[in-house]
Design a binder for this molecule. Structure first.
Ligand SMILES: [Fe+2]
Length: 383
């Protein structure tokens, strides 16, 4: 993979003037010098420049050289094809801004990259600006409407100062999204703790289960962004328990077996939770709603509330089901002795293909020791 990294500031090795002074300079200069590694110590904002034209990448380096946003410099990461770009984004889920060429190895290579970043990698935070040299190829309206991009510009339009302005405002918007997301996660964590403590009295059950689910997702080959999404979204899967009548919540705390109308009522908590969570109209909210709805479904179709079977249950919910079983099985409960890893192994093998997805169980059994370490760490940091 021909991916280079580096920011060229005023001291960079470019032969052209280090700071672009006029719009006419841009896209006229040629420079083939290799980028140098970053010389600054502050963490930079990662900016990906994906373009098959080396001169455009060089001009971009020149135009953005020395730019700082909130006092932090930029780290330019470069790729020269959609394929390389996709790998670059997978490696760096924290890229603030991507400047994406539309026409590379194929006329719509840029769109392929955007779909991969947004849909496959689940990255909705990175700001994406599409740059095209052939504006007539795809109508701007259609591209903006059908793809989750933040701007669509002709290359000739993004001259030195304009490019700096676009980059500056896109990075600030990335920063704001990250701040809001951070605050949102704090609220979600707090809420998860309330659900755990006040309803299930199993704190930190939600934390342990979500850490286990994230670890399993990593083992299953999920990209980093989707792992993080799952970790946060899964902490609220039992929030529907808060809507249950007090008598049932008390029974749950004592691990009583419920029957009749009370059992029916308990079985509504996935839908109650999903209804609450789908009001959060974000990728995380949608996943959280799916997890709430499906976390008591079973691989063999004998779960609730719908009785979904096999692949009809989302892969995230199937991972969470394994994580939940592992944590619940190892947690102390009144009336029975604590279970250990050996018993857990036997239990998982038993539920393989019944309650749980056989592939996920195989993954859990293969990496059981590492997963148990993750659970212990989650329990010790949460308490
Ligand atoms: Fe539940």
């Amino acid at each position: 993979m021909n991916v280079s990294s580096g920011i060229l500031g005023a001291s960079g090795p470019l032969r052209a003037p280090p700071v672009a002074t006029g719009d006419d300079l841009i896209f006229a200069a040629e420079d083939h010098s290799a980028p140098k590694p970053p010389v600054h110590s502050e963490p930079g904002w990662k900016v990906a420049v994906v373009d098959d034209d080396e001169s455009v990448r060089a001009i971009t380096r020149l135009a953005l050289g020395g730019l700082k946003v909130d006092g932090r410099p930029l780290d330019l990461l470069e790729a020269s094809s959609a394929e390389e770009g996709i790998a670059l984004f997978a490696l760096h889920p924290d890229i603030a801004l991507g400047l994406i060429d539309m026409v590379m190895e194929a006329p719509t290579a840029g769109l392929k990259l955007i779909s991969a970043v947004r849909d496959e990698q689940g990255n909705h935070k990175t700001r994406l600006v599409v740059r095209t040299g052939q504006p007539g190829n795809l109508p701007e309206d259609r591209v903006i409407r059908d793809y989750d991009i933040n701007d669509y510009r002709e290359k000739t339009e993004l001259l030195a100062q304009k490019l700096r302005t676009v980059a500056h405002s896109a990075i600030r918007s990335f920063r704001d999204i990250a701040t809001i997301e951070h605050a949102f996660h704090d609220i979600v964590d707090l809420l998860a703790q309330v659900v755990d403590e006040k309803v299930a009295e199993q704190f930190p059950h939600a934390v342990a289960a979500s850490m286990l689910a994230a670890h399993l997702a990593r083992l299953a080959g999920f990209p980093a962004t989707r792992v993080e999404l799952l970790r946060h979204a899964s902490t609220l899967h039992d929030i529907g328990l808060m809507g249950l009548p007090k008598r049932i919540r008390e029974a749950l705390l004592k691990f009583e077996v419920l029957e009749g109308a009370e059992r029916d009522s308990l079985r509504e908590h996935p839908l109650v939770g999903a209804r609450l969570l789908q009001r959060l109209n974000t990728a995380e909210g949608r996943l959280a709603a799916t997890l709430a709805r499906e976390h008591h479904e079973r691989w063999d179709g004998r779960g609730y509330p719908v009785g979904l079977r096999g692949d009809a249950i989302s892969v995230e919910s199937r991972l969470l089901a394994v994580a939940n079983v592992m944590d619940a099985f190892l947690s102390p409960q009144p009336g029975r002795a604590s279970h250990g890893p050996l018993e857990l192994r036997a239990y998982l093998a038993d539920e393989r293909g019944r309650e749980l997805d056989p592939d996920m169980v195989d993954l859990a059994l293969l990496h059981l020791d590492a997963l148990l370490v993750t659970r212990s760490e989650a329990l010790s940091t949460a308490t």
